[in-house]
Design a protein around this ligand. Structure first.
Ligand code: COA
Ligand code: AMP
Length: 640
């Protein structure tokens, strides 16, 4: 008899070791783990501590060895360049081996870090898998980040090598990556020793003699060696060895290097493909995100390939490449069963094509469900998509830190009733708790911080890169025995979670996680700025947009428009275009408590035209009126 989701969840909570050891059987090990979890290792314990495995072996080799070499692993569909390519598992294996061999020849060893700063091309996935093969720890940096951000990540991860490309392509411009890469080499205190650069036809670049290597040239040379019998074996890695570091935004300008292990990640991601997404080996799944984010790491690259499915790597945008029917065209042309994207992408499609005219042109018969994550899925967008697609639209909630769903709808096991506005229920491995300020669980319906009772699930972060204390302080210290997600929300009587927003200074712009603290650090560097605060302002399309409030020095130039342009340019130059920082309001003073804390929450309520109470601890109540007037004039000018 098939088990209900509730039975599976309860068993996983009651007997976690047995449950996860069973799931571990579905992947291949050099040495199978004899135990699931050891709470005496690491910060909160470690998963599969005596297992020996290789993630690349599980994503590529084992499918070829099982006779599926001809199956398509990656479909590269790039409406922005007009290119399409089908890459079989066998071809992927050769490419991965060639790049892995090239890295070995450059002296890269197990445990070395490799930064990947690439656009959405198949070589990016190959780069990640080649690192996994030899046990190098990759750190992918999203292409929309500027040179200074790339340099910061280099200084933290201390990579020996960087893999990059000559350019990325955005609808409105070709983004020359090489000058950004070269600048990052200059800015970094400990730059890598070498770079491998993919020359793209759209914009070629100069290579630095003695440092930069041409990707295609290395690939051709190493492929020939592999055809001549050179072996490039998968490294035997402990399940607890790091697979990658992925930097994500925190409260400060210093990004947090989330460390992922090999074994727990492998087991958990494989489980999710069937249980959550209903994807079997050979099925086609389409995740429209970027490999630079966690959704891309987990559901463009690792999980589909671990599962032996076909993943679509899409280089384009939901609208404008060429139109709002792009997603539907891809689903229909490649027979995708699922689409996973951010709600903002669906809002963009809806805005361009509210009646779904494009959809009518395509055969969607293989399509089963739409999955949304990365930001709050507003009920209206969900309803629109449900009606249009006539398929389940599944909101699920998770974070870079977890690598897979914390709360979702396990459609592959049992499709639970949907409650709009809720990503549904906790997945196996997660004991979700809503905690009050005293650290006690609150009653159903009451708001609090969403926390996960330790231990975390397999595949969740094990620490922050070389920053155990920061991990403890940032996630574990506030509520002893729990991991704080920094999201606030509530659980209803049926155990459905409702996520209402962050409790820290992180904002979510078009599904991209950004730090307002980081933007403040840049704005404050402008010579005319005395102090500033950046808050997330509600935006119909992108969910949130950053809005900067600045107090200027008394001798600042009168021409505020020029100042504003300069500040916007600084943020774009130092953080990157992805910050989408375009709105600045000049004020006389910022509202603060008597102890000097800027009242960002109150300011956010004012920009969003929401009710708020003036805190009793306010230093100068006049500052609130000041913000209200500035926001009113802002609204008036944007109406004009
Ligand atoms: N390299 C260089 N620049 C990039 C970039 C990249 N990889 N990705 C985005 N940018 C730039 C954009 O060109 C844009 O620059 P502009 O200010 O010159 O126009 C800026 O960063 C903001 O980009 P974006 O947030 O993508 O906004 P947009 O207006 O170009 O597109 C959407 C809006 C909704 C279509 C787009 O945000 C989208 O597809 N979102 C889905 C989000 C997603 O996949 N999230 C991942 C988690 S699931
Ligand atoms: P990231 O680490 O970039 O995936 O961002 C994680 C954060 O995005 C979470 O902590 C939430 O604040 C937000 N988020 C992600 N998915 C959802 C969702 N389904 N509903 C509400 N918020 C979400």
């Amino acid at each position: 008899m098939t088990q209900s989701f509730r039975e599976i969840y309860e068993r996983a909570q009651r007997e976690p070791d047995a449950f996860w050891l069973e799931q571990a059987q579905a992947v291949d090990w050099f040495d199978e783990p004899s135990r699931a979890f050891d709470r005496d290792l690491g910060i909160y314990g470690r998963w599969f501590p005596d297992g020996v495995c290789n993630t690349c072996y599980n994503t590529v080799d084992r499918h070829v060895e099982a006779g599926h070499g001809e199956r398509t692993a990656i479909i590269y569909d790039s409406p922005i360049t007009g290119r399409k390519q089908h890459i079989s598992y066998a071809e992927l294996l050769t490419d991965v081996k060639a790049l892995a061999a090239a890295m070995l020849d450059l002296g890269i060893e197990k445990g070395d870090r490799v930064v990947i700063y690439m656009p959405m091309v198949p070589e990016t996935a190959v780069a990640m898998l080649a690192c996994a093969r030899i046990g190098a720890i990759h750190s992918v940096v999203f292409g929309g980040f500027a040179a200074a951000e790339l340099a910061k990540r280099m200084d933290d991860a201390e990579p020996k090598l960087v893999l990059s490309a000559s350019c990325g392509i955005e609808p409105n411009r070709t983004v020359a990556y090489k000058p950004l890469l070269d600048r990052a080499f200059e800015l970094a205190e400990k730059p890598p020793q070498a770079a491998i650069v993919l020359q793209r036809a759209e914009l070629r670049c100069d290579l630095v003699e003695g440092r930069d290597h041409d990707w295609a040239e290395l690939r051709d040379r190493l492929r020939a060696q592999i055809e001549d019998g050179r072996e490039v074996p998968c490294a035997r890695l402990s399940a607890t060895d790091p697979l990658y570091i992925l930097y994500t935004s925190g409260t400060t300008g210093k990004p947090k290097g989330v460390v992922r292990d090999n074994g727990g990640h492998l087991v958990a991601l494989n489980w999710t493909m069937g249980a959550i997404y209903g994807i079997d080996p050979g099925d086609v799944c389409f995740t429209a995100s970027d490999v630079g984010w966690i959704v891309g790491h987990s559901y463009i690259v690792y999980a589909p390939l671990i599962r032996g499915a076909t993943t679509i790597l899409f280089e384009g945008k939901p609208v404008g490449t060429p139109d709002a029917g792009t997603f539907w065209r891809i689903i229909s042309e490649h027979g995708a069963k699922t689409l996973f994207t951010a709600p903002t992408a669906i809002r963009a499609v809806r805005k361009e094509d509210p009646d779904g005219e494009f959809l009518k042109r395509y055969d969607m018969s293989k399509f089963e469900a739409l999955y949304l994550a990365g930001e709050r899925a507003d009920p209206e967008t969900i309803r629109w998509a449900e009606t249009l697609l006539d398929r389940p639209v599944i909101d699920h909630w998770w974070q870079t830190e977890t690598s897979w769903t914390i709360a979702g709808n396990p459609r592959g096991i049992e499709f639970l009733p949907v409650k709009h506005g809720s990503p549904s229920v906790a997945m196996p491995g997660y004991d979700l708790a809503i905690l009050g300020p005293d650290g006690e669980r609150v009653a159903p319906g009451a708001m609090g911080t969403i926390a996960i009772k330790l231990p975390l699930a397999p595949g969740n972060l094990v620490t922050l890169w070389r920053a155990d204390e920061r991990f403890r302080d940032g996630y574990l210290a506030e509520f002893p025995g729990y991991y704080s997600t920094a999201d606030a929300g509530y659980l209803d009587e049926d155990g459905y979670l409702f996520v209402m927003g962050r409790t820290d200074d992180v904002i979510n712009v078009a599904g991209h996680r950004l730090s307002t603290g980081q933007m403040e650090e840049v704005v404050a560097r402008h010579p005319s700025v005395v102090e500033c605060a950046v808050v997330g302002m509600h935006d119909e399309m992108k969910g949130q947009l950053p809005c900067g409030f600045v107090v200027l020095k008394s001798d600042a130039p009168e021409d505020h428009q020029t100042l504003e342009r300069e500040i916007v340019a600084m943020v774009r130059d130092q953080i990157g275009p992805v910050a989408a920082f375009k709105q600045i309001v000049v004020v006389d003073k910022l509202p603060k408590t008597r102890s000097g804390k800027v009242l960002r929450r109150t300011m956010k309520a004012i920009v969003d035209h929401e009710p708020f109470e003036t805190p009793a601890t306010i230093e100068d109540a006049g500052a609130i009126g000041n913000i209200e007037r500035a926001v009113a004039s802002l609204s008036a000018s944007s109406r004009r």
